[in-house]
Write a protein that binds this ligand. Sequence first.
Ligand code: ATP
Ligand code: MG
Length: 352
Amino acid sequence: ASRALGASFLRISLGPKSGRYTYGEEPSALQDILASLEAEARRGTTVSWEGEGYLLLSAPLLSREGRYGTILAVLPYEADPPQDAGEMFSAIVSYLASGLENLLLRVRLSEVMAELSEAERTLIEQEKLKGLRDALAYLAHEIRNPLAGIGGLAKRLQKACQMGQKEHRYLGLIVREVERLERTLADVLDYLKDPICCYESCEINSWLDETIYLLSADPSWRSIEVVRNYSRDLPPILCDRRQIRQVFLNIMVNACEAMKGVGTMKVRTRMELVKERTYVAVSFEDTGGGIDPAVIDNIFNPFFTTKENGTGLGLAISNKIVTNHGGMIEIENVPGKGAIFTVYLPLRRAGL
Ligand SMILES: Nc1ncnc2c1ncn2[C@@H]1O[C@H](COP(=O)(O)OP(=O)(O)OP(=O)(O)O)[C@@H](O)[C@H]1O
Ligand SMILES: [Mg+2]
């Protein structure tokens, strides 16, 4: 552009982020007038100014969408000012402006394309996940009924037939494995369905006591000491009792499994303020050696388990239930010592 114009100095100023491009040396004597011409161009006017032996030209770079910046040129001349300089200048200005417009459009287009393909990927992932969930739900349903039939028949055979010790043991194995598969299927179906909450007023301390009482009937709890530390002035909260019991059970069973049946579990309740919201917090602290830090980020993922016979759904289901209640589950982990799982349930007083 500077060669076509025969300019000794040319400056293109774009937006604040895109910077300035200059050709030639700015004549220092003309600095002030150049600055004022540039300011005019920034306001949108094309201006020219004749000095002694100089023609100064300045114009905004315009597109359909607005102003990109300005262009400024210093054209030295010997005798008379160049005749066609003004026309040449406007031609160059419009050429530059349309070039810039094209370039920016192309940049924007590639950004939009990138955004679109990202959105498309997310959609496809969601669709795939939904398909997988549907397939899993279908499979679980299809297996459940015949499985119940097999279990029932095996039990009947156990009672009805006179058989040898070996055969009796085989049938016992069938019954036990069928029961385990039924539990796994029930967990999968539980996880897949969106739980509908039946909210009712619940005294968390007594609900915990009942749950602990239920658990302690199981022989695996015989060598576990349960230490209770309840806040006595907890208000009742609104929650789905059955679901919350399932959360407590899942966490306590995990604690028992981590302690391999021997240790101490401390259960503590209190009110706690988190980000200006009041929660009833229920903590379960075990002495089971804690969670391996290498896997701690995965433990809420469905089907993640480190246990031979685990489904890996206990915490995923619990997390879904607690989140549905407007709460959260937090973990303090001390590797080598134990883990503390805290369930936060928002305080929604009955009647509110
Ligand atoms: N109290 C705990 N101490 C140590 N590790 C734990 C504890 N609770 C959970 N974990 C880890 O988190 C994993 C996931 O737990 P989750 O309850 O979701 O599944 P699971 O117990 O393996 O199987 P499921 O509960 O479905 O029978 C466990 O396999 C275990 O590695
Ligand atoms: Mg579990």
